[in-house]
Design a protein around this ligand. Structure first.
Ligand code: MN
Length: 376
């Protein structure tokens, strides 16, 4: 019975500590995932809590073996490594300091290696039970170091709710949510380096999603509930207008980009040349408007009611459909669109945005066609 307790107590203790640690890591991993996933050696996040739980059980068994043999000499080392392990978890996941985490995990590597050496002199079983833990720790050390090197930007926003985006629309109809986040037409990292995965994670996964969530909340139980997004933007004002227009603006923005550079389709090209002189002149006008717009807003290539094309800027969340203009192409120049990748260099972002424009989408949005344009 006593022998059973030698095993049961450390195993139970490890299980509780392991589960607690896994819980902290599991929830924090969701937040770190964008950086972590870039590493070629990174396992899927679900493995972390599973592996840690198993490893903690092995650690409990290892110390159980030594206690059962009446050999208490290594127990201090075992406790110290457990404390350092927890310290690392707190520094890396809790305080989100990859640098302090790296220092702690390197210390942990040394302690665990020392434990194995000491334990081997007393019981080979106790030593072997620690080997998977050491191997996993070395991988964790590499991932910690990877995040330290590549995570140049501090994460200041709360944990991401969305880490993997649907690539296909789901057919499920949700009766309580009127509008849902449209799927991205490309992988979240497909636009990198012009637009990094981290920017997509925040811009698409948090900001855009936030506008849709607000919109759904605001229209509930109102006459807007049965309207299309387009009609809400045309009829709402105040905070509902701001959120609805931002939802529409972001829809146009995210669906209007492509990782594969597109030639401008013939009709759109000839109309740009007709109204701006050349593609380059339109691009310059667009870039100047985008870099010089004061504060937050959007710069658009629009089609006027007579079919003429123009570049216009709108402040904050305003969409040009309120001025009877048809938006063809747009750039988001709110700071959240470029601050992670370009910091304050908006001009660099505007330049990098140009090759991402999906001109097929812009052309498909044209409403005034040949017969009408020939009249102007
Ligand atoms: Mn935005």
């Amino acid at each position: 019975m006593r022998k059973f307790l030698y095993y049961a107590v450390p195993v139970a203790l490890c299980f509780v500590v392991g589960m607690l640690g896994s819980y902290i890591q599991g929830s924090a991993l969701v937040e770190w995932y964008p950086t972590l996933v870039k590493s070629p050696l990174s396992p899927p996040p679900i493995l972390f809590p599973i592996v840690w739980s198993v490893l903690y059980l092995l650690m409990g068994l290892s110390i159980g073996v030594l206690i059962a043999r009446g050999d208490m000499s290594v127990i201090k080392l075992w406790i110290v490594q457990l404390i350092v392990n927890f310290l690392w978890s707190v520094l890396f996941f809790g305080l989100r300091s990859p640098l302090l985490g790296l220092v702690a995990i390197l210390l942990l590597d040394v302690l665990v290696f020392t434990y194995i050496i000491y334990a081997a002199g007393r019981s080979s079983a106790a030593a072997w039970l620690f080997v998977p833990y050491l191997l996993w720790l070395l991988l964790a050390t590499y991932l910690n170091g990877y995040i330290y090197v590549y995570n140049r930007y501090p994460v200041t926003v709360a944990a991401a709710e969305v880490t993997q985006y649907p690539q296909q629309p789901t057919n499920k109809t949700n009766t309580t949510m009127h509008f849902s986040l449209p799927p991205l037409g490309y992988a979240a990292d497909a636009l990198a380096p012009a637009m990094s995965r981290e920017t997509i994670d925040y811009h698409y996964g948090k900001h855009y999603k936030g506008y849709i969530d607000n919109l759904n909340r605001l229209i509930e139980g109102t006459r807007f509930e049965r309207m299309s997004l387009h009609d809400i933007v045309l009829n709402a004002d105040g905070v509902l207008y701001n959120n609805a227009a931002q939802a529409l603006n972001h829809q146009l923005f995210f669906e209007g980009m492509t990782p594969v550079p597109q030639p401008i389709p013939a009709e759109l090209k000839s109309r740009i040349e007709r109204d701006f002189g050349s593609i380059d002149e339109m691009r310059d006008k667009f870039a100047t408007a985008a870099t010089s717009l004061f504060g937050s807003g959007w710069v658009w290539l629009v089609e006027e009611r007579d079919g003429r094309l123009a570049v216009v800027s709108t402040p904050n969340g305003v969409n040009p459909i309120n001025d009877h203009l048809n938006p063809l192409m747009v750039i988001d120049v709110w700071e959240h669109a470029y601050y992670i990748d370009y910091r304050n260099r908006r001009a660099d972002f505007v330049k990098a945005y140009w090759p991402l424009i999906d001109w097929n989408k812009s052309a498909a949005r044209l409403k005034v066609h040949k017969t009408a344009t020939e009249r102007v």
